[in-house]
Design a binder for this molecule. Sequence first.
Ligand code: ASP
Length: 305
Amino acid sequence: MPFALAVHGGAGVLPRSEMTDELRRQYEQGLLLALQQGFSALTQGADAVSAVVLAVSILEDYPLFNAGRGSVFNHQGQHEMDASVMDGRTLAAGAVCAVSRIRNPVQLAHLVLQRSQHVMLCGAGAEQFAVEQGMKLVTPDYFFTERRYEQFLQARRRQAMQLDDGATIPLGTVGAVACDPHGNVAAATSTGGLNNKRYGRVGDSPIIGAGTYADNRTCAVSCTGHGEFFIRHVAAFDVHCLMAYKGMSVNAAAHCVIMEKLKPAGGEGGLIAVDPNGTIAMIFNGQGMYRAAQVAGGDPLVAIY
Ligand code: ASP
């Protein structure tokens, strides 16, 4: 069976005017690193779930992306991160939200999937579960990056000057979808959320059906964009439904959700998806989406705009 992996680093790309050659190189390097590691795991027999958790962990560790280290700040100057993972074989899912001391939130989401009876754990309860499972907590300064702090201060200044609500830029998230050689699909998503977001705000990324979904009968999906819209439109599940009930291809279903439903509603963002034949869709309705993909027997592809 053909296998395939795709990753994204969020739909909130830098405008072309601000993208230097060096920054572009760094973004592409991060995406390729995650793609190569996840893809080589699939080549060596890893299942789709392990591949997406690995790829997303690498993106979480890469400080340029808004997940794990490099996450944005909330209005109180803290990091609150959300993540989820779903296994298309069984519909088993795990998610965590508003965690602030977990180095790799996607790995905690995976533990929730594997070792708890629940689908989602939040905040202090999720961190207590992490400790019980033998995970080491990190101190909040681990997530600090100068660049995100600058963006946070800038958003606060704009808010103080009543230029806007200061909470919607930049968009960013990381995610991966995979189809393994057995035709099993899986998806994982992880984010720091929105810059200067309200304390306690949770986006679509940890919500099964909104930011993440996987079902072997149709596809696996990981979304990025303005989370409130993805929640209201149940975006990831909608891709599944269009395939299941209308018989659409993965590309047609992804296009319909991002371009025909979210865009007219004002929901900026995109998604990556893969079906059990290894066909990949990567669709966005804004300026771009950091993304990379590879199908067995093919070359890796990396793109931003
Ligand atoms: N969807 C994420 C959120 O709303 C952010 C993003 O993907 O840019 O939390």
